[in-house]
Design a protein around this ligand. Structure first.
Ligand SMILES: [Ca+2]
Length: 114
């Protein structure tokens, strides 16, 4: 278990780098939502616990499979929660096109709704 408590500060210098809960979860290998470039969870390109208005250059328009470990999410084809979306709950989606009809390699933003 990683210590994500705030680091003790000495004068104005922080002695330890503080990890956000999200960073901690990612390092431990388990984020609430994980996106993968390949089908059947090959090649993880994003691990997050919170909404992302833009999944970033390394993940944009690449997602083929996903794992939802916690929460309910909207997966959007456009940035800033635009375009087509699909609502997904906890589960494993080895191929988003076949599983929920979302076009392959299309996700640009992810929105946590629960
Ligand atoms: Ca892909």
């Amino acid at each position: 278990m990683l210590n994500t408590d705030k680091a003790i500060c000495s004068s104005d210098q922080q002695l330890f780098t503080e990890l956000t809960p999200e960073e901690g979860a990612v390092i431990e290998g388990g984020a609430d939502l994980e996106l993968y470039n390949g089908d059947k969870f090959r090649g993880r390109i994003l691990a997050t616990n919170k909404s992302r208005r833009n999944v970033g250059d390394t993940a944009n328009d690449l997602t083929t499979s996903a794992i939802v470990k916690r929460g309910t999410w909207l997966l959007w084809t456009g940035a800033n929660y635009t375009g087509t979306s699909r609502r997904v709950g906890v589960g494993r989606y080895p191929n988003l096109y076949f599983d929920i009809g979302l076009p392959n390699d299309s996700i640009s933003s992810v929105q946590r709704v629960k």
